[in-house]
Structure formats: structure tokens, C-alpha cells
Design a protein around this ligand. Structure first.
Ligand code: NAD
Length: 467
């Protein structure tokens, strides 16, 4: 078994305690992992604080060089990181490989951005400039569904803007992040990026820490609201990327056979454990039966298994808690709808659930109204597209949504009525580093990615000079 260590002040250190990391495909212990104490969290914040004055004064060119070097290290060790990611997270190796190389690409993307001083007024009486300055120590908190790529929404822009960081992966998927820390520790000056792990017990302390200036958080809405409360006492800046219950709306002009594979992928990628997975699907009554049959056939044909095994399309759920939650939601859905594919967890080791399609179900049930975050999709019948949009919008969430039609103009008119941060037409869940991403309503606060995402790691300062 490899040894994993925390990264604090440029040094790889053991945790004050250890914890087991489980391989969700086998339920066996994959590795012993360090678990930081509150004292080690304080050391990490102190190291980041001490590193800030020098790092914030480095040039953008120097910081970009570091981001490129990190991308190089990720790519050089890509296969190893991908294997580890599959083992701890469960996703098929091809998807893990995509995540790892995507992470490197996100680091590189940010090297194309700058934070130029903007002149707002250059008149006889005054010169007014707008500067964007680093904030200080950033706490970055990441969930377990995409441990590396979601880290890359935060680390490259935060470092590029001149901040220093304490990064905390989720307790069930810390290994690829810790290994990455080991690989890049000499690229950055000591203390610029610190990595600690916990057993779900240090997020509150990091959020409340008086020396942390901003929390960049990705995770559930319930935890996001705790972060918001915890940040209040010190008026910390926060960016919250939270849960979603994305609706897809399929219009009557769609060919079910043609569109079903795309819809299936939108709902079941990463086993449905995607913040912007399509989590409820509204299908027009005229093509409802055919679409249900197509989706059920795809679900039955999907190969579920250990992500390391070649040919696996869907791995296990990531952790036992989520596995139990999804089973509970499926059991409830059986009372309100008709399961036409899947519906069971096979009697074997690993947190596996057969991809499940539920038809003849409607709003007002757990599966439709809650975020299932697993491989089960409710297919809901509708008559009137305007009503489908209203039902899609009648959710406390507002992360993403999609309209599917063979007529782009018709789809567009409905797309702009959706109350979500991102809306796609004839696709779902497409993200790119240059496209800003964020949730409306209870799906989040603020923006990640793109120039807007970079700006969120800065403090705006106006310099107003009399003439
Ligand atoms: P979670 O909220 O349970 O945990 C997320 C992170 O928060 C973990 O690192 C955890 O240790 C930490 N944490 C726990 N308690 C904390 C506290 N009191 N203060 C601060 N941090 C604390 O979420 P999860 O179950 O790991 O992830 C799944 C959820 O994340 C889903 O709801 C999903 O939609 C959401 N998500 C959102 C996005 C997005 O970009 N909007 C992306 C991915 C996942």
C-alpha cells in the first residue's frame, strides 16, 4: 500500500490520525490515509498566510509558469492518477483518464487570462483605475464526485490571482489529491498550496478561521448553507457550487431513437453523481411510450462493474451513505411509479445499483423533487411545453436544465424561460474552462470558471487620483 501524506508549509507530513479509504467497487480498504487534526489545519492556514506576501508580489508570468508546470506534472503522471481516481471514486478508467487530463487542461486554460488594470476615467479632473488584487488565504473544499476536476475550478484561478490556499478534498476521495500534492510540492514556494484531509470534521473550522479570507466550496446545498452561516462572523467571501435537480424537457418533434442515447448519457454519466446530471426528464405525451422504451433498453444494456475492468460503463456509487440513500429513493419511487429497467442492487460486494428508469411518476414524489445523485431517472409525461417549463422551474434548485427539439428556434424560446444558471439545447452538462458556471436559487452563489470565475478570487480596488 502506498503512503499518503498531507502537504503543509511545503513539507509532506503524516496526519495526527489516520483513516481508511474504501474502494467502492470491492468495499475493501484501498489505503490508509492521513487525517489532519485541528492543530494541523491551523498550521496549514498559518503556512498559507506566511506565504501570501511573497506569492502575491510575484509576477503573473511567474505564476503562469507554475500553473503550466503543474499541468505538465499531471499529464506526466496521468495514467497513475487516473488509476488511483478509479480505485477511490469508482468511475470507469476511461472517465477517470478524461478527468485527469481535463484537470491539466483547466490549469493551462487559466494561464491565458490576465487581470489588467482598467482605467475608468482619465479626464482633466481625475484618473480613476480599477485594480483586482488577491484576497489572501483561500479555503477550497471539494466533494467526492469529481475530486480532481472540481479542484481545478478553484486552484488555478486562486493561485493565478496571487492568493495562497488550503485545499481540502472529501473524506472518501482524498488520495488522488494527496498524490497530486506530492507530485507538485516543489513547483510552488512552500506554503502557497497546502492540502489537508479530514473525516468530515474540519470544514467548519476552515470556514470559520479568522485568517481565511474566502471559502470556495463545492458540495451539497445543506453543507453550503452551513458554510454561509460559518462565514458570516468574519464576513468571508464565499463561492458556493451546490446541489441541483436539473430537468430535461423533450419536445414532441424529437426522434426518440436518435435522442435517447444522448439523454441516457446526460443522466447516467458518472452514475448520475454529477451536480449537473439530468435528474428528471419531462417527455411530451406523443412520444412518451417510445422514449421510455428506448431509455429502458439502454439502461438494461449498460455494463455495470469495477471501473478498472475494461468495458465497464458505470461503476459503483462512490460511498456507502450515497448507496443507501439512492436505494431508499428507488424503494420510494416503486410506490409512485413503474420501474421499467433496473431497480435493484445486485447481491455482491461493492456499491452497485443497476441503472434504473422509472415511468408513470410525477412531481411531488421524492425521486422527482429531490436530488437523487445516483443512477435512477424519473421520466415524466407532459402535454404543454410551457407547463413543463413551469414544473422544471418549480424547484428550489436552479443549477442546469435542457430543452431537446429538432427545431432550435422553438427550443431557444423555452430555454430562456428556464430558471437555472446554465441551459443547454440538445445536450446537457457541457462544461468548459472558458465558460462561466454557477447556480441560481439554492444551487449556489457566485461563479466559477472563465474570466468571471477568476475575478471571484480578487478584491476590487479603485485608485482615484485628483489632477
Ligand atoms: P457534502 O456537502 O457532503 O461535502 C462536500 C465537502 O464539504 C466535503 O469535502 C466535506 O468534507 C465538506 N464538509 C462537510 N461538512 C462541512 C462543513 N460543516 N463545513 C464545510 N465543509 C464541510 O457534498 P458531497 O456529498 O461530497 O457532494 C455531493 C453534492 O455536491 C451534491 O449535492 C452535488 O450536486 C454537489 N455538487 C455540486 C457541484 C456544483 O458545481 N454545483 C459540483 C459537484 C457536486
Amino acid at each position: 500500500m502506498s503512503e499518503y501524506r498531507l502537504l503543509i508549509g511545503g513539507k509532506l507530513v503524516a496526519g495526527d490520525q489516520t483513516m481508511d479509504v474504501i474502494n467502492p467497487a470491492t468495499e475493501e480498504v484501498l489505503a490508509k490515509c492521513p487525517r489532519a487534526s485541528k492543530a494541523q489545519l491551523d498550521q496549514a492556514v498559518a503556512a498559507a498566510k506566511a506565504a501570501f506576501p511573497a506569492w502575491s508580489k510575484t509576477s503573473m508570468a511567474e505564476r503562469k509558469k507554475a500553473l503550466n508546470a503543474i499541468a505538465d506534472a499531471i499529464e506526466k503522471n496521468g495514467q497513475e492518477l487516473a488509476r488511483l481516481l478509479t480505485q477511490e471514486q469508482g468511475k470507469p478508467l476511461a472517465d477517470a483518464t478524461g478527468e485527469v487530463f481535463g484537470t491539466a487542461a483547466f490549469f493551462r486554460y487559466f494561464t491565458a487570462l490576465d487581470l489588467p488594470v482598467k482605467v475608468l476615467d482619465d479626464s482633466e479632473g481625475r484618473k480613476v483605475e480599477m485594480h483586482r488584487k488577491p484576497l489572501g488565504v483561500i479555503g477550497a473544499i471539494v466533494p467526492w464526485n469529481f475530486p480532481l476536476i472540481l479542484m481545478a475550478f478553484k486552484v488555478p484561478p486562486a493561485l493565478l490571482a496571487g492568493n495562497t490556499m488550503v485545499l481540502k478534498p472529501a473524506p472518501t476521495t482524498p488520495l488522488s489529491t494527496l498524490r497530486l500534492g506530492e507530485l507538485i510540492k516543489d513547483i510552488l514556494p512552500a506554503g502557497v498550496l497546502n492540502i489537508i484531509t479530514d473525516a468530515n470534521d474540519l470544514g467548519g473550522a476552515l470556514t470559520a478561521h479568522p485568517d481565511v479570507r474566502k471559502i470556495s466550496f463545492t458540495g451539497s446545498t445543506a453543507t453550503g448553507s452551513k458554510v454561509m452561516a460559518g462565514a458570516a462572523a468574519t464576513l468571508k467571501r464565499i463561492t458556493l457550487e451546490l446541489g441541483g435537480n436539473d430537468a430535461g424537457i423533450v419536445l414532441d418533434d424529437v426522434n426518440p431513437k436518435e435522442m435517447a442515447p444522448k439523454l441516457f448519457q446526460s443522466a447516467f454519466q458518472n452514475n448520475g453523481q454529477v451536480c449537473i446530471a439530468m435528474k428528471r426528464l419531462y417527455v411530451h405525451e406523443s412520444i412518451y411510450d417510445e422514449m421510455c422504451d428506448e431509455l429502458a433498453a439502454l439502461a438494461k444494456a449498460a455494463i455495470v462493474g469495477d471501473g478498472l475492468k475494461q468495458g465497464t460503463q458505470l461503476g459503483p456509487l462512490q460511498n456507502k451513505m450515497q448507496f443507501e440513500k439512492v436505494k431508499e429513493i428507488i424503494a420510494d419511487a416503486k410506490k409512485h411509479g413503474k420501474v421499467i429497467a433496473g431497480g435493484d442492487a445486485p447481491e455482491q460486494a461493492g456499491y452497485f445499483i443497476q441503472p434504473t428508469i422509472v415511468r408513470d411518476i410525477s412531481d411531488g414524489t421524492r425521486l422527482v423533487d429531490e436530488e437523487q445523485f445516483g443512477p435512477v431517472l424519473p421520466v415524466i409525461k407532459y402535454k404543454d411545453p410551457e407547463d413543463a417549463v413551469a414544473r422544471a422551474n418549480a424547484s428550489p434548485y436552479g443549477l442546469g436544465g435542457s430543452i431537446w427539439s429538432s427545431n432550435p428556434d422553438r427550443a431557444y424560446k423555452l430555454a430562456v424561460q428556464m430558471e437555472s444558471g446554465s441551459v443547454w439545447v440538445n445536450k446537457h452538462a457541457e462544461l468548459a474552462p472558458n465558460i462561466p458556471f454557477g447556480g441560481s436559487k439554492q444551487s449556489g452563489l457566485g461563479t466559477e470558471l472563465g474570466e468571471e470565475g477568476l475575478a471571484e478570487f480578487t478584491q476590487l480596488q479603485i485608485i482615484n487620483v485628483a489632477r
